[in-house]
Design a protein around this ligand. Structure first.
Ligand SMILES: *Cc1c(COP(=O)(O)O)cnc(C)c1O
Length: 363
């Protein structure tokens, strides 16, 4: 058809992909020879590259030679067996192949109609994963809940904070936004602080509760209860608690059941951030760390940390998907379609911040 770009040439793709996979395989073969931490100085790359984009094509081999000589020295090798910084972020052959498939098909699955397989596979795989974690059935997509892949835990906590904020504001009125209070511990990830900044929560209403080394820095239910009572007495509105299973800095595990009971009594949203440690809880011997997750409204774990999955892939489950959709849904004319009309399909665009989304559930 005139005007349509020619798709990739199949034979050329086959040849180039072979070369590229060889390059990556050699990278893994030799990965232990690199210093784990890149040794370059800031700005190193500008000296090695031309001032403007090349105007003539180069062979793939030339490009790969450049990657070897100019890019690899500037890589910190997260996949090295000698890497122990920040958090584990290990890939796997399965993860790599999933990325290849996703890149190859390159579909954009923001509404069901834009690629039914992307939406349906994501719902099914996240239900499988929820079952592997023994999450309560309310988190499954077969009921009122469901799972969705976010890019990162930061996005996960942001979208549930927005859902929780809007849920409470529907009750108490929009003008009360300055009275809303969020609770966390001094071990909670800065993802929550960022979500509060974006979500318009007054900085003074972000209650960071102190923890104690004698309880391995777990958030004490009594200090949550106390803070909530004080805030209510001051005319504020407690609405959100973020508890953590495996804090990033201290691996603290907050007592989900006791904390969850307090949030229920006070009509608050209870989010559990298990970004780091969540995948370990699939193992029966570690599942007890998320005991009490039954009380949570939302639960998140990063498959890209400890689940042999390529970055980025953060799994979020929510019990009441309508709360997310009410906060994040838009329906402009150009996105309307028959399938979405009857509310019978999931349109993941309404579960996340961006519109576009890639085919991530094969990773
Ligand atoms: C890593 C981590 C996060 C943030 O993860 P991103 O996916 O990079 O946003 C949040 N919470 C905990 C407990 C983490 O370990």
């Amino acid at each position: 058809m005139e005007g349509s770009l020619k798709p990739m040439d199949a034979e050329q793709l086959r040849e180039c992909a072979h070369k590229m996979v060889d390059f990556v395989a050699d990278y893994y073969k030799n990965i232990e020879n690199f210093p784990v931490l890149s040794q370059v100085q800031p700005g190193y790359l500008r000296e090695l590259l031309p001032d403007s984009a090349p105007t003539h094509p180069e062979s793939l081999q030339d490009v790969l030679n450049d990657v070897q000589a100019k890019i690899l020295p500037g890589v910190t090798h997260w996949q090295s067996p000698d890497y122990f910084a920040y958090f584990p972020s290990n890939s796997s052959i399965a993860g790599f192949l999933g990325e290849m498939l996703s890149a190859g098909i390159n579909m954009v699955g923001f509404s069901w109609i834009t690629s039914p397989a992307a939406t349906e596979l994501e719902m099914i795989v996240l239900d499988w994963l929820a079952k592997a974690l023994k999450l309560p059935d309310e988190f499954l997509s077969t009921g009122k809940g469901g799972g969705v892949i976010q890019g990162t835990a930061c996005e996960a906590v942001l979208v549930v904070l927005l859902a929780a904020r809007d849920r409470v504001l529907r009750k108490v009125g929009k003008d009360a936004v300055g009275k809303l209070v969020v609770y966390s511990s001094d071990q909670t990830h800065s993802a929550l602080q960022k979500a509060c900044q974006i979500g318009g929560i007054h900085p003074e209403n972000c209650q960071v509760l102190e923890t104690d080394p004698s309880t391995d820095h777990a958030l004490a239910p009594e200090s949550l209860s106390q803070a909530i009572s004080q805030d209510i007495a001051s005319g504020l509105i407690p609405f959100f608690l973020c508890a953590t299973v495996g804090t990033t800095s201290s691996t603290a595990v907050d007592p989900l059941l006791a904390l969850g009971n307090i949030t229920k009594t006070n009509g608050m949203w209870f989010h559990v951030d298990a970004a780091y440690a969540g995948s370990a809880c699939i193992c029966p011997e570690f599942r007890h760390y998320i005991d009490g997750v039954e009380e949570a409204d939302s639960f998140n774990m990063n498959a890209h940390k400890w689940f042999l999955t390529n970055f980025d892939c953060s799994a979020l489950w929510i019990k009441d998907r309508s709360a997310l959709i009410q906060s994040l849904s838009t329906n402009p004319e150009f996105l309307k379609n028959k399938a979405s009309e009857g509310n019978t399909v999931v349109d993941y665009k309404d579960w996340q911040i961006p519109l576009g989304r890639r085919f991530r559930c094969v990773i």
